[in-house]
Design a protein around this ligand. Structure first.
Ligand code: FE2
Ligand code: FE2
Length: 136
């Protein structure tokens, strides 16, 4: 479970709200995976929401970076693209073999750790730059 209080906060508030929503979805995925009987349709539903939300999350940050001509745009966008493709690959694999361990290990392990690190580094620097250019 991601405790929202432990989620790193960035200077641009709109980005924090989106990160909280992402944490909510990851927590919902965990609850669904922990249900006594594996409900694949329900897991598929949460995964779809998570993919859509992440797509929007990344797209909005990229739009903001372009608006302010953020110098490290390509690097930040490249990292988003890498992770989004990785998420899609894992979901596709899950749809083939229906192994909940794959989803648990990736979404509640690898991705969750990446999210914390990403917010602490690239998102933090980006938010500071947005605030400098647009004000907060
Ligand atoms: Fe972000
Ligand atoms: Fe980001």
């Amino acid at each position: 479970m991601i405790d929202k209080n432990t989620l790193p906060r960035v200077a641009y508030e709109m980005m924090n709200e989106v990160h909280y929503e992402e944490a909510d979805l990851l927590n919902r995925l965990k609850q669904t995976l922990n249900e006594e009987n594996l409900n694949t349709a329900k897991i598929d539903g949460v995964l779809n929401e998570l993919l859509e939300h992440t797509h929007e999350h990344f797209f909005n940050e990229e739009r903001l970076m372009q608006e302010i001509s953020f110098p490290a745009f390509t690097m930040h966008q490249g990292e988003h693209l890498r992770v989004l493709n990785e998420m899609k690959r894992i979901v596709n694999q899950w749809q083939i073999d229906r192994d909940p361990k794959l989803i648990r290990d990736y979404f509640l392990g690898t991705l969750q750790e990446w999210l914390m690190l990403h917010i602490n580094t690239m998102d933090t620097i980006t938010a500071n730059f947005i605030c400098m250019r647009k004000g907060c």
